[in-house]
Design a protein around this ligand. Sequence first.
Ligand code: SF4
Ligand code: SF4
Length: 77
Amino acid sequence: MARKGKVEIDRELCKGCLLCIRACPMKVLEKDAELNSSGSYPSKALHIEKCIACGNCFEVCPDVCISVYEMEEAKAS
Ligand code: SF4
Ligand code: SF4
C-alpha cells in the first residue's frame, strides 16, 4: 500500500524558488497565488491527499522550509 504523507511549508521563510514543486513526483505542490511578507510567491501543498512522504521536497529545499511527516495507515477492523 502506498505511504501517506503530510507536508508543512513555512510560507514566510519560502523564497519561491519552486525547486520543491519540480521535485515532487505526485504534483502535490503548487505556487501560492498570494505573496508572502518578503514579496515571494511561496510553495503551497494544494493536493496534500496525493503525498507519499517521499521526502524529495524536503531534500531539495535550500532554506529548510518544508517538514514531511509520514502518516499512519488506518487499520481495518
Ligand atoms: S514528500 Fe514527496 S510526495 Fe509529498 S509533497 Fe514532498 S515531494 Fe511531494
Ligand atoms: S524549495 Fe523551499 S524555498 Fe524553494 S519554493 Fe520550495 S519551499 Fe520555497
